[in-house]
Design a binder for this molecule. Structure first.
Ligand SMILES: Nc1nc2c(c(=O)[nH]1)N(C=O)[C@@H](CNc1ccc(C(=O)N[C@@H](CCC(=O)O)C(=O)O)cc1)CN2
Ligand SMILES: Nc1ncnc2c1ncn2[C@@H]1O[C@H](COP(=O)(O)OP(=O)(O)OP(=O)(O)O)[C@@H](O)[C@H]1O
Length: 211
């Protein structure tokens, strides 16, 4: 169970620094729970997430641009979900972390597992020239990594702010990808810059609309 004390205690006008501490505490708890999941569970989850790509509630065809990411560390999923998307024929964009301090993500088209190389923090990123930070504006669906999402679409990310800076310019269906028990009934602490997710994808529940 998550530490209930980390939820729901925020006074109406708590300062931003208070939100930050609560978010960091939640991230640490959720990371701990993720790292305790077995290899068998991770494999099952990766296969299920890839499977859902064939019944997504979005039009996914050759003329549709989708943005996703390569799951890493304890994140649910694997390259199999990217290959499933590519198999559906979409133009698939993956993020590249820009040099320097956090800013909007750059994007490169996915061209199969062999086109991935290790980037910052051991992330796998596609090689090739970046299409620029605006490339994501062509996407009609964006899969977004998260530690958790609440029922209203507030997402808890890694805390660097890459996605929040990126999604302000996007006009797409935003899909947070999390484990089933990371779709929280309790409201997550929200900052003014937080961009709300319209959808969540989980291994057991598939795609569900939020809000
Ligand atoms: N799979 C995946 N790709 C992604 C993200 C993600 O969350 N998941 N991102 C989502 O934004 C961006 C990368 N953001 C990241 C932010 C922090 C760390 C990280 O490991 N930070 C270390 C501290 C690093 C340091 O300062 O030395 C840590 O938190 O322990 C990794 C990726 C773009 N690509
Ligand atoms: N649009 C933005 N413009 C400027 N700063 C931002 C913006 N979005 C987020 N930030 C800053 O980025 C930092 C991290 O934000 P937050 O804790 O919401 O990250 P997150 O959504 O969990 O992480 P990520 O987006 O990297 O997955 C905060 O210091 C926040 O002020």
């Amino acid at each position: 169970m998550l530490d209930e004390a980390a939820f729901g205690r925020r006074p109406r006008r708590q300062k931003a620094v208070g939100v930050q501490i609560t978010k960091d505490r939640l991230r640490a708890e959720l990371e701990k729970r993720r790292s305790s999941r077995s290899a068998d569970e991770r494999d099952r989850v990766a296969a299920d997430l890839a499977g859902w790509m064939y019944s997504a509630p979005f039009r996914l065809e050759y003329d549709v641009t989708v943005a996703a990411y390569v799951p890493f560390g304890t994140e649910p999923g694997s390259i199999a979900q990217l290959d499933a998307l590519a198999d559906r024929g979409v133009i698939l964009l993956l993020p590249v972390v820009p040099a320097g301090p956090p800013g909007p993500l750059d994007w490169v088209r996915y061209d199969g597992p062999s086109s991935l190389i290790e980037g910052r923090w051991g992330l796998l990123e596609p090689k090739g020239d970046g299409l620029g930070t605006d490339a994501v504006q062509a996407a009609s669906v964006i899969f977004v990594p998260a530690y958790a999402v609440d029922k209203t679409g507030i997402r808890l990310g890694r805390g660097a702010g890459y996605y929040d800076r990126t999604l302000t310019s996007a006009d797409a269906d935003l899909v947070a990808v999390v484990y089933d028990d990371e779709v929280l009934d309790e409201p997550l602490p929200a900052d003014p810059h937080d961009v709300r997710m319209g959808w969540v994808l989980t291994p057991d529940g598939g795609f569900r609309e939020l809000g």
